[in-house]
Ligand binder design. Structure first.
Ligand code: SF4
Length: 716
């Protein structure tokens, strides 16, 4: 902390958490108020850079719509009537309800869930384990977990491992080739452990060869030497087409393949099903481009593959990621300088003990709602699937959940099939939520708790992998009665009569124990860099931690779980190829979920300067397609799928295939009426009214949010 006596301003060094990242921040505080936020130039990764979201944090801190006090429902669910209550009444009511349900139906009738991790996921899982329920979940099945889990079974590694290009670190090696696959890492700090937006931007402009796979002409595509405009949902076919070229032209690393992989011959046989011409038919990328990309990637001395979240929202997610891993493996780009590496000091990996999984008995773990499905994701400590939780409320099968405790989670906007989410939330016996604002989901709760944001709490930025730790510091005095999520969970556990060895301070101390440092050690700098003695090719000493001790091109784990051990392409359930009849009525391929500058999924639409960047929801459409449909640039249009229709404004772009449209995701309107039927305009433009949870990746339960069919027509 630095003090500028002249201006009476104190500068607190902290770590931003307006998204997943962790950019170093200098928070200027005058008379107890945040007056300015800027990047911390000393921060080893972000080096003074912050994006517009981070720089707008003070507007979020002081926003008049932020929740300030606990409230209980005073009318019917969804009627928008609330009564302010004290923390004791709020927490005792939730604890009492949970205890009664636990006694009568067993702890498994309670589920706790979190949306995107805001450094509260592990703590919420800890609460679940303490109160004895196996039913805890996040949206991890469509974000981050599939990549990590697939890496685990293919090449070993743990948690924050393997995928993350260390080139973003100042001390690492730039690859010759960067292959960005379904990622807009330049926009935001994505689901990696690093604040990588700034690193990615630098790298994209420095590497000799940048290949971008994306259906849209993104910033990344604009910088690319080669842009592959893949049909949404056809990524596995593209990867297999590239593998066909790499293998048949013998562009792979023979030494690595021979010594360190299994199943090469089987993979070779499998990729014969995907010659470039066939892959071109499936992917809508020309055979020439597929060949060029394969050669460019495989003949580079070093190459990094940076995958985004898009490939985790397909019915073929597992096989897509397996195909990409095979590409990294056979080209010898695994765990080498300038390649995809495994972190040897994984902060999150070393702190999973904090989740206290040993408090849950194996018998109770077996009662987890998804324990017999989607076996790749539900084995081990991976959480259950939120749609399954909601389905159990709707159907009572295999048993009904009776209490939901959500924390920073807005499934009415962010989860697939809004109508079904709504029905489940209306039906559940009791729901409580800790939130920053009233959201369409919070409007359906019985109790709402006001949560603190990153400037209002002491916290460790646990997601920093490898280079060190960041901290967040409580920068301002108490605002209303907002509390940190960690405090809320700890209080709930206690009020349910359970013992927890740690309160918030204790939890922080426990987390830092392995590094031998304390929170106070970091207050001055806002972070600590740990000495790095990174070792590459760790497998040479210990092999890969897979059943065969090899990099598994042929996955023994997949085979043992009853899934295809070799990668293959699977058509999206709705596509011009898999459902040509449906495509007659819904002729356009709809993809969703591209990053929107200034927003983080469903967040920040109430912050004026960020909303100004995106006042209305936009659907991107090719002008030729729009012309045929009589749609003008900026017109409001209906987007309709078999599940419903919503409105967005047409935005012309030639950067899309004319057969594809891209709609912005997670729209709601905080300014709209809160009571039903509006629920802050949740039915108006929210693209998840059109998506579904029924079809899912068989191993990981990922929903096809990125590839469905729709029709588009002008709002008259
Ligand atoms: S990229 Fe993320 S962590 Fe960095 S400033 Fe923006 S919101 Fe904050």
């Amino acid at each position: 902390m630095k003090s500028d006596k002249k201006s009476d301003t104190v500068i607190v060094k902290s770590t931003c958490r307006m998204d997943h990242g962790g950019c170093g921040a200098l928070v200027h505080v005058k008379e107890g108020k945040v007056v300015k936020i800027e990047g911390n130039p000393e921060h080893p990764i972000s080096k003074g850079w912050m994006c517009i979201k981070g720089l707008s944090s003070a507007y979020h801190l002081y926003h008049p719509d932020r929740l300030g006090f606990p409230m209980k429902r005073a009318g019917e669910r969804g009627e928008g009537k609330w009564e302010r209550i004290g923390w004791d009444e709020a927490l005792d009511t939730i604890a009492d309800k949970m205890n009664k349900v636990r006694e009568k139906y067993g702890p498994e009738a309670i589920a706790v869930g979190v949306g995107t991790d805001r450094n509260n996921m592990s703590q919420l899982y800890r609460l679940a384990n303490i109160i004895g329920t196996p039913n805890y979940f996040s949206e991890g099945h469509v974000c981050y977990v599939p990549k990590v889990r697939t890496l685990e079974i293919t090449a070993g590694g743990h948690f924050d491992a393997g995928w993350f290009p260390r080139m973003y670190y100042p001390y690492d090696v730039m690859p010759e080739c960067l292959l960005s696959w379904g990622s807009q890492a330049s926009f935001t700090s994505d689901d990696s452990p690093h604040p990588c937006a700034v690193g990615f931007r630098g790298a994209a402009q420095k590497v000799k060869k940048l290949i971008v796979v994306d259906p849209r002409f993104t910033w990344e595509a604009s910088k690319a030497h080669l842009w592959l405009k893949v049909r949404p949902g056809a990524d596995a076919a593209l990867a297999l087409g590239m593998l066909n070229v790499i293998i048949n032209e013998e562009l792979y690393d023979k030494g690595f393949v021979e010594k360190w992989t299994n199943g090469f011959e089987q993979l070779k046989e499998r990729v014969q099903e995907y010659p470039p011409e066939k892959a071109a038919e499936i992917t809508w990328v020309s055979a020439e481009k597929i060949i060029e990309a394969a050669r460019m990637y495989a003949t580079s001395k070093t190459a990094i593959l940076h995958p985004g979240v898009a490939i985790e929202q397909l019915v073929s997610t597992t096989q897509t990621i397996r195909a990409l891993l095979c590409m990294i493996g056979i080209t010898g780009n695994f765990d080498i300088p300038g390649g995809n590496v495994v972190c040897d000091r994984t902060v999150k990996g070393t702190t999973s003990y904090l989740e206290l999984h040993d408090r849950l008995s194996p018998e109770m773990a077996k009662k987890r709602l998804t324990s017999d499905q989607f076996k790749l994701i539900t084995s081990g400590f991976w959480p259950m699937i939120p749609a399954i939780a909601l389905n159990s409320i709707l159907t009572g099968k295999p048993y009904p959940l009776r209490v939901l405790f959500y924390s920073g989670y807005n499934p009415m906007v962010c989860a697939a099939n809004t109508k079904k989410v709504y029905e489940a939330l209306k039906k559940v016996e009791f729901m409580a939520i800790s939130e920053l604002y009233m959201t369409p989901t919070a409007e359906l709760a019985d109790i709402v708790l006001p949560a603190a944001m990153w400037l209002e709490k002491d916290e460790i930025h646990l997601n920093q992998c490898d280079w060190g730790y960041g901290i967040r510091q409580k920068t301002v005095g108490q605002i209303d009665e907002r509390r940190s999520d960690w405090w809320i969970y700890s209080e709930l556990g206690k009020r349910m009569g359970e013992s927890d060895p740690s309160d918030v301070e204790g939890y922080i101390a426990e987390s830092l124990k392995p590094a031998g440092i304390t929170f106070d050690d970091m207050r001055e700098k806002g972070f600590v860099s740990l000495p790095h003695s990174f070792k590459y090719k760790k497998y040479e000493k210990v092999g890969f931690s897979t059943p065969s001790k090899k990099f598994e091109l042929y996955s023994n784990v997949m085979e043992s779980l009853g899934y295809d051990p070799l990668p293959h392409h699977l058509e999206p359930p709705e596509s011009p190829i898999s459902s040509p009849e449906l495509a007659k009525e819904f002729p356009l391929v709809l993809t969703t979920g591209g990053r929107v500058k200034g927003f983080f999924h469903s967040e920040f639409r109430q912050i004026k300067n960020l909303r100004k960047l995106n006042p209305d929801p936009f659907i991107e459409i090719h002008p030729d397609t729009a012309g045929d449909l009589g749609i003008g640039d900026g017109d409001w249009v209906w987007i309709e799928s078999p599940r419903g229709r919503v409105q967005q404004r047409a935005k012309f772009t030639t950067g899309l295939d004319p057969r594809v449209v891209h709609a912005q995701h997670n729209w709601w309107f905080p300014e709209d009426k809160e009571a039903e039927p509006s629920l802050h305009g949740v039915w108006k433009s929210n693209i998840n009214v059109l998506t579904d949870w029924v079809e899912a990746d068989e191993a990981m339960s990922c929903n096809p949010l990125r590839s469905l069919l729709c029709k588009v027509y002008k709002v008259e």
